[in-house]
Design a protein around this ligand. Structure first.
Ligand code: TPP
Ligand code: SF4
Length: 252
């Protein structure tokens, strides 16, 4: 019997008080606990891969196997771990700076290759652990177009593509669970404000529009501040990288 505290560590949480990362941590813990209790996955098979940043600190707060990687490299590390042992449940958790900036090409190539890993991106629109560098170095911050990874992941043929926000617990929980259970590359982009450097939560709540079960096009042509569309945009079945390489599970 796995109690909730099974996935907790003794590390003090050093995120800013009220940071929505706490919501994502809670959701991840509760989904993993539910899947372990239902015997859909085994706790000893879970590996969480993080990179650097506020998002990466989740490494300290989850009592599972974990790997703290270089900034921007969570996806290739997760892919390598999965190829090393396809029996593992491998989940990368990283920020938008690492995933859509420094490590962007890994998102494109892994979407195409389709390793069975889940990529959870905590997307606050800033490099938060660098004290929000862009907010002080970009004079026009606030008016710039946001980067939408969903059309890119769809164009790269990712087999599971979704976005949620940290405000909507029920949808976030069900999408994270579906992504982990999906056999193939899954992207869960999670919009959240950064309370210290990009506190845009009210706009996020106001401008969120749920679109379910269909591929979408970016509507940047219409507006530099498009609607934040949430939902599962694609879920399709195709052979995974490890199946194509005929890799077999290791016994444990
Ligand atoms: C290889 C490397 N490049 C750059 C940095 C500097 N750096 C530390 S945290 C960070 C940004 C983190 O932003 P993001 O990935 O969006 O995560 P957040 O802090 O917003 O959760 C950067 C660029 C680093 N530590 N290592
Ligand atoms: S700087 Fe932003 S992302 Fe980092 S802990 Fe504080 S509120 Fe959260």
């Amino acid at each position: 019997m796995h109690k909730k505290k099974d996935l907790e560590t003794k590390m003090p949480i050093t995120w800013c008080p009220g940071c929505p990362n706490n919501v994502i941590l809670y959701v991840l813990k509760s989904v993993l606990k539910e899947l372990v209790d239902a015997k859909k996955i085994r706790k000893q098979d879970i590996v969480v891969v993080t990179d650097i940043g506020c998002a990466g600190k989740i490494y300290d707060y989850l009592e599972v196997n974990a790997f703290y990687g270089l900034h921007g490299r969570a996806i290739p590390i997760a892919t390598g771990i999965k190829m090393g042992n396809p029996g593992l449940t491998v989940i990368a958790v990283a920020g938008d700076g690492g995933t859509y900036g420094e490590g962007l090409n890994h998102l494109v190539s892994s979407s195409r290759l389709n390793p069975d890993i889940t990529v959870i991106v905590i997307n606050n629109g800033v490099l938060a652990l660098t004290k929000g560098q862009p907010t002080s170095t970009h004079p026009s911050i606030g008016g710039e177009p946001i980067f939408d990874p969903v059309p890119l992941a769809l164009a790269s043929q990712a087999s599971f593509v979704s976005r949620e926000t940290a405000f909507d617990l029920r949808d976030l929980q069900s999408t994270v669970k579906a992504a982990i259970m999906h056999k193939g590359f899954s992207l869960v982009d999670i919009f959240e404000p950064c309370l210290s450097y990009n506190n845009d939560g009210e706009r996020m709540k106001r401008d969120t529009e749920r679109v379910c079960g269909k591929d979408i096009q970016s509507d940047f042509e219409e507006s530099l501040r498009p609607k934040i569309r949430t939902g599962v945009f694609r879920k399709m079945s195709r052979p995974t990288l490890e199946q194509k390489l005929r890799l077999s599970k290791k016994k444990s």
